[in-house]
Design a protein around this ligand. Sequence first.
Ligand SMILES: O=C(O)c1ccc(O)c(O)c1
Ligand SMILES: [Mg+2]
Length: 628
Amino acid sequence: MKTSIATVSVSGDLREKLDAIAAAGFDGIEIFEQDFIAFDGSPRDVGNMIRDHGLEISLFQPFRDFEGLPEPLRAKAFDRAERKFDLMQELGTDLVLVCSSCHPQALGGIDRAAADFRELGERAAKRGLRVGYEALCWGKHVNDHRDAWEIVRRADHPNIGIILDSFHTLARKTAPDSIRSIPGDKIFFVQMADAPLIDMDLLYWSRHFRNMPGEGDLDVTGFTRAVMAAGYTGPISLEIFNDHFRGSNTKQVANDGYRSLIALMDDVHRAEPGLKLDLPALPQRVKPEGVSFVEFATRGKEAETLSELLKTLGFARAATHRNKAVTLWQQGDIRLVINEETDGHAAHAYNARGTTVCDLGILVNSAQDVITRATATGAQSFSQDLDIGELDIPAIRGLGGSVMHFIDKETGLDRVWEVEFKVADAPDLTGVGLMHIDHIAQTMSYEDMLSWTLFYTAIFDVEKSPMVDVIDPDGLVRSQVIETRDGAFRITLNGADTHRTLAGQFLADTFGASVQHIALATADIFDTAAKLAGRGFAPLPISPNYYDDLAARFDFPPGLLEKMKAAHVLYDRDEKGEFFQLYSGSFAGGLFFEILQRGSYMGFGAPNAPFRIAAQKRRLRPKGMPLR
Ligand SMILES: O=C(O)c1ccc(O)c(O)c1
Ligand SMILES: [Mg+2]
């Protein structure tokens, strides 16, 4: 299967676009006419430049307002087409996309349109060119691929075929199965786009909100299955009109596109194994079984401060690395690693941004499968020199230059703590009752959220829940949960728009995206809170007004509200259960810990976020002082 992408899908000038598209691994491009017109090179030069990048021109597009016109407009439309045929021959491509007419004077009638296409097919055939007809879902007379197919069928010309675009089909909720009966060789080209479900005008939705397959809510897998079942063998091409993508990093968007296509085709293959897809075999998505460790790069005084905080949180210094300035702090199944090395990845991370989470260890069934799938979908593998006796734990680059290591039992990587570390004598691992990592929250800029969501969902067997708005007193932060169905692995991506929000300020102060907080689970938050107090832990103080409001919103058994207020515990509830949470103060430019008791509750306490954030900001901002 060949991959392709329309030049409109990424930002920059044509040369930048081609560099990024070629580097991402695509076989070809759809050249969007605007990108050609804006470029100051001849059609021949542009064609050569594209081929010099190792890319085919799989399509020239769009040609608008062609069919159904009365004379003399009809003759003019054919003249226009001949000029574009000249251009295509100079560029070196044989296929043009004609989108269904939006011309105010266009007349309806399937036979009229079919006659126009038959004549266009004759003219195209003289030059060895082909024409594909696409139904825009807002076309004046033709807005459904079934009508476009009927026109193509009646045109009955070998040089006329249909072009299918997942957006136009799925946006109108047309069942993709209607594609299965189109003969595969009459489908000249297939364009793919996903989109978030938003109730809005179709044209506006299409031109501004499309995104990569898997980033939105449309059934792009069902659509692609139907296309492949029809016997289509041409390129699968991304055509993504998106306001954010037009303004964001060219390479990142191109890489995301490639990742989305590989994952999509793998999904299609798994859903319908009988289809011939001509794809390299890929391990299926790997289920993360939990977080094995979180590693902090830190040094000197900051390392001491963090170690003190870990002590008050009930962690024990459980082991020290045999060769390195690396300490393992443990409580229950939670492992926090403090890395004070002056060389290697952690040192680079510390030098670049101060104390930071430089590494996440993820428990999986097969570390090798993750690496194979991750690198096939465009992730970068990571390795550094090993000392004698150290395990070669597979890793990839994650958010903001950090690293993710994959630990499995299958190859004994879970023995790393005994193999590489000297274990302390009988450390107390019960601490204050913290048992495991409930979730890890990563902060990033809003425009990177789709990209990182796709990163996780393309590699791992996880689900994403709908994006939630978190109200910071100084702006909006959007939060996307990614989790396994059983909740063993949860990560929240928080996207900040402005530096005034707590998340935005963290981004600015710590030089980019990274883990901002780690949530630790207890089975009894009040017992844990009492033990924490005994160790001198100071929870984030919550306004008494919060508890008055809670009393108004919920009925509590006697004494519970007072207990929450005294321990600065926040509360929420859903149909499945109750939820309690408290927070540490922040350290190292805005990192913090959350402690929670969740039972069967499914959420993350989003209704409490404004009050927690306000409390965190009160600490950062002396009374009466504006923030920055
Ligand atoms: O928005 C448009 O006009 C437009 C043009 C060409 C396409 O292939 C398409 O899907 C949409
Ligand atoms: Mg299209």
